[in-house]
Ligand binder design. Structure first.
Ligand SMILES: NC(=O)c1ccc[n+]([C@@H]2O[C@H](COP(=O)([O-])OP(=O)(O)OC[C@H]3O[C@@H](n4cnc5c(N)ncnc54)[C@H](O)[C@@H]3O)[C@@H](O)[C@H]2O)c1
Length: 434
């Protein structure tokens, strides 16, 4: 085989490993180990779908994660988000940004065009409501995926994510999640110690994500109902999942990590919308409190608040029979007290960069990654907490995962003229569990 043919065959192999016939020499090499992949030093092409703050950040990190990677395609619902992101990325990464005009895709179908382009890796960084459909499409197209949290806003989305992650395993595609604390060295050390028994048996977890108010974009003359909601997606639960799913999910994920990703039995919760009452704040709550119960009797308590002029906290405390772990994001503490005292000393790593370093290293080596199982479960916990608070009911994990609720239109139904308001503000005791 000539050099050029070899290169092109390697590239095709990288993108379509899932469709490589089982039993072929190439597939055998790939599945069984590193040899075929380790030799691969082709340029990896990246596409980003959702070119806002996180998409731009993730693209920057992807471009730094490997010494032969370029950005070749961008997609967003809005043109202005692409041009701003492109400008920033060009400043940061210069020649690695090779997105010509024909590869800047705008609109609700932009994701299909990014995925149809000649990319190896895709970054999914839109609001989460679109994620299940985009993840399915990315994996069907054979792309390696960086998938921001949340992965879904409702249980049907989680079921789709679980199925897509399974297909990624079968197709030998890497799937890395944006649950960034799982890529933070100090957190990895403290949670490993918890799992190794440093605090004994875990009996209770308490986690918080209490913060102030966030961004909102003033409505402009001529915006359709859909434009208003898409520009301010955070405040519409059918787009964001509500703030317990969109933001507090990081603390809930760490709580689940402390429980070694054991599935909880049920959740009971409360919440409401006390100060966030203006129209621009859509239909989401501004506070939640949820109690998760585990089959072994352990409990996990979570509170989250987004209200200004209130005290802040973003932390996890884990109580065990031999001690306690404290993970405090604001105070930068990762510590164990009790029988086996320990404290992380040092600055820690850049967890956002780490996610991409590991993703690209996995693609190069063929030791593929798949965060699917635990990421879907952490996400489901946050959704289940929201369901419990919205309805006022105690909900089992089993029922929550089987829920028939579908937030938002199907992805192919979106248009700027679509009249869709989403569900009314939830009222505990009146809003029904579906
Ligand atoms: N892991 C973290 O620490 C972290 C931090 C920030 C954001 N995030 C996550 O990243 C995601 C994006 O957040 P953000 O802060 O970048 O928001 P953002 O509003 O800055 O960016 C989202 C972008 O997606 C675009 N978009 C919306 N719908 C789209 C569609 N159907 N097709 C293509 N593009 C679409 C928007 O126009 C926007 O440019 C969210 O899920 C958020 O939770 C994670």
């Amino acid at each position: 085989m000539k050099n050029s043919e070899l290169k092109s065959s390697r590239r095709r192999f990288l993108k379509t490993t899932g469709s490589v016939a089982a039993g072929s020499a190439l597939a055998m090499n790939f599945i069984s180990g590193k040899s075929a992949f380790a030799m691969n030093n082709d340029t990896l092409k990246v596409g980003v779908i959702g070119c806002g703050g996180r998409g731009t950040g993730a693209a920057n990190q992807a471009l730094k994660a490997d010494n032969n990677v370029v950005l070749t395609a961008m997609g967003d619902a809005f043109e202005d988000r692409i041009s701003k992101s492109l400008e920033n990325l060009k400043k940061e990464r210069g020649d690695q940004v090779q997105v010509d005009a024909s590869h800047q895709f705008v609109g609700f179908d932009a994701y299909k065009k990014v995925l149809a382009s000649d990319i190896d890796v895709v970054l999914l960084t839109t609001p989460p409501s679109f994620r299940p459909a985009m993840l399915e499409a990315a994996i069907a197209a054979g792309k390696h995926v960086f998938c921001e949290k949340p992965m879904a806003v409702d249980a049907q989305g989680i079921r789709r994510v679980i199925a897509a992650a399974q297909i990624a395993k079968e197709k030998k595609i890497s799937l890395v999640s944006g649950f960034c604390w799982r890529y933070h060295t100090p957190k990895r050390e403290v949670f490993q110690r918890i799992h190794d028994g440093a605090i004994g048996e875990v009996q209770a977890v308490y986690s918080t994500y209490n913060t102030g108010t966030l961004w909102s974009i003033p409505y402009e003359e001529g915006w359709t109902q859909m434009t208003k909601q898409m520009r301010n997606w955070y405040y519409y639960n059918w787009l964001s999942g509500d703030h317990i799913v969109e933001q507090a999910i990081h603390s809930i994920d760490m709580g689940s990590w402390a429980m070694n990703d054991m599935q909880p039995k049920s959740a009971m919760g409360t919440g409401g919308r006390q100060v966030r009452i203006e129209e621009i704040y859509g239909n989401i709550y501004d506070h939640f409190a949820v109690e998760f119960e585990y089959a072994n009797g352990a409990k996990a308590f979570h509170i989250t608040r987004q209200q200004k002029n209130c005290s802040r906290s973003y932390h996890v405390e884990v109580w065990g029979t031999k001690g306690k772990a404290i993970i405090d994001v604001i105070k930068r503490i990762d510590e164990i007290t009790g029988e086996n005292p320990w404290r992380y000393r040092g600055d820690g790593n850049d967890m956002y960069q780490q996610e991409h370093d590991e993703l690209f290293a996995s693609i190069r080596s063929g030791n593929l990654m798949n965060d699917g199982d635990w990421m879907a479960q952490s996400n489901m916990l946050a959704i289940m907490g929201r369901m419990a608070a919205y309805t006022g009911q105690t909900i089992s994990y089993e029922d929550a995962l089987k829920s028939k609720e579908i937030l938002g239109p199907a992805i192919d139904k979106y248009s700027w003229d679509l009249e869709y308001e989403g569900p009314p503000i939830a009222m505990p005791g009146m809003t029904k569990f579906k």
